[in-house]
Design a protein. Structure first.
Length: 153
């Protein structure tokens, strides 16, 4: 059993999106449930023991479903995700190639139960909050920062 989710990594404040030039070649603008952000998405897959299985960083406007085949390369069994991973062709592709079944949670309550079943470590949330609370002005500062936080996990 594995869990997949993504989180945003903002590189500048919303008011400065139009004047931000440093990561213009890599970052992109996207809307979350709450507001707009300019930056990247960090995709994480963990197993039922809370171990990090795979990680991928994409532009902010990348579809959550695109990196799933690459992230699920070494997985087996069931992969739990939220509504962003629903499409039937993706399910059929992973089932035919890897015998991997994608299960979706349609309610927040079910999603929280799945996270508790997986014994999601409490150390990753503070690490992600540290990462999300910082404004990264250079790519050379962003990537080592993400690497160190994932090592802490």
């Amino acid at each position: 059993m594995s869990l997949i989710d993504s989180t945003k990594i903002s590189v500048c404040h919303n008011r400065r999106i139009w004047s931000h030039k440093v990561m213009a070649a890599f970052a992109a603008r996207e809307k979350t449930r709450v507001d707009w952000f300019y930056g990247f998405k960090l995709h994480l897959v963990i197993n039922d023991q809370g171990e990090l299985m795979s990680v991928k960083i994409t532009a902010g406007n990348a579809d959550d479903r695109n990196p799933v085949p690459e992230l699920a390369r070494s997985l087996f069994g069931r992969l739990f995700g939220d509504r962003g991973y629903i499409p039937q062709p993706l399910f059929e592709q992973l089932w035919e190639e890897k015998n991997l079944a994608i299960c979706f949670s349609h309610s927040q309550k079910l999603w929280s139960v799945l996270w508790s079943v997986a014994r999601y470590p409490t150390t990753i949330k503070p690490c992600l909050y540290i990462l999300l609370g910082q404004q990264h002005y250079y790519v050379a500062a962003l990537l080592p920062n993400i690497g160190m936080l994932l090592c802490l996990f």
